[in-house]
Design a protein around this ligand. Sequence first.
Ligand SMILES: Cc1cc2nc3c(=O)[nH]c(=O)nc-3n(C[C@H](O)[C@H](O)[C@H](O)COP(=O)(O)OP(=O)(O)OC[C@H]3O[C@@H](n4cnc5c(N)ncnc54)[C@H](O)[C@@H]3O)c2cc1C
Length: 437
Amino acid sequence: MSSVAPEAELDVAVIGGGMVGLASALALRERDVRVVLLDPGEARARTSYGNAGVISRGSIFPMSSPALWAKLPSYLRNADRGLRLRHAHVARVIPWTAHFLAAARTSAWERAAAALLPLTSAALAEHARLADRAGAAHLLSRPGWIKLYRTDDAFASAELERAILRRHGIALDILDSDAIRDVEPALVRTYARGMLLPETGAVSDPGALVEAYERLFLDLGGQILRQAALRLVPVEDGWQIHHAAGVVRARQVVLAAGAASAEIARGLGYRFAFAAERGYHRHFALHPDSPPLTRPVLDTGAGSILAPMGDGRVRVLSGVELNARTAAPDYHQIEAASREAAGTLRLGAPLDNRPWMGVRPSTPDGMPVIGAAPRHRGLIFAFGHGHIGLSTGAITGRLVADLATGATPAIPLAPFAPQRLLGWPCWRLPKEERRSA
Ligand SMILES: Cc1cc2nc3c(=O)[nH]c(=O)nc-3n(C[C@H](O)[C@H](O)[C@H](O)COP(=O)(O)OP(=O)(O)OC[C@H]3O[C@@H](n4cnc5c(N)ncnc54)[C@H](O)[C@@H]3O)c2cc1C
């Protein structure tokens, strides 16, 4: 890893070396911009390391949906397997909660889906391009993924999701119990229905993909400083980035520090409606007599994902825990998810000593923040990718590079503007909903 001379003339400093920061740094280097990337550097600390590796065109649905109101009582009782609330913490993220509730309506859900579609549609191709350059194409495949429903009622309740997917031309195949067994014979649990989304890629080792992109960035002449940015200070001709060992100067800064981004932005006076959605994983070996699991599956009844990670390993991933980013891990959810997984696949003993925890950088409307800071020149925000940051991180990098170099972004960025999360939500129903209410 290189050190950076304090007097070095850098064009851009990128804060954060997860998928979003790394892809931004890479895209800037590809345009010959002089870039330094700051990250304290523990690979497992990145959420980009431990996710499910799903890159799906159909991942366009924010967690705050019109179904929220029916689910709220079970959410509040922590009776839903997909979400665990630390009640005391919810009071500390009131702006996030207010925006989250305000987004739980059909029109907002549909708008967010339409805004996210260009990002998710470009995600796989951009990863394929980068992985190819990075010599990591073997980590990417395109097996599709399946959402599994344990009952016909659960399947019926996802009708709006299917209608929106179809409206956007996203391919999907509906499977009955027999068809599920045919396409994924490793599943021993009987599911009522499944939805196969074939336009979906899978990464067999997301941590290795991030590391391959990091090597590519260095090969292209990028610099990495293994330091946490402690303070960002605007100066006349750009920025000073203070870290424990000194100061870096750059004309522009990209803030892409995942779930830590809002705290860093707060130092400059920006109070984002933002929260940490923690998630866990644990690895298991499939029983030697089991057929392989050939694609990631989401068991909607368990609120968890099972993803094949190569070498016969299965990664079991939990749903969402809403809690402080830095609070001690709470393994309740991943233990429950692991028990459910043992009824779904023929699993052996866990392969890790203890589960991994990561933190999804969460915006309440399910859309990332990508755009110029409203009150500072030369500061670009790129964070809040929630459940889809591994997949949409790569294309976000291109958009950040467009912003930093003055090019017109290839995808409309208005829906991702930082301003929308810097105040209170608008509670008024839009005209079309007022008419139908
Ligand atoms: C259980 C689970 C399953 C998931 N599954 C998927 C999936 O299948 N597909 C998908 O697309 N997404 C998935 N995600 C979401 C995805 O992993 C995240 O959206 C993504 O990793 C966010 O990337 P990031 O670069 O913003 O953050 P991170 O990967 O967390 O990187 C942030 C980086 O910033 C650094 N940093 C923090 N503070 C500072 C500082 N002060 N100075 C410098 N650097 C700093 C950190 O060290 C870290 O390396 C999942 C997440 C979880 C938890």
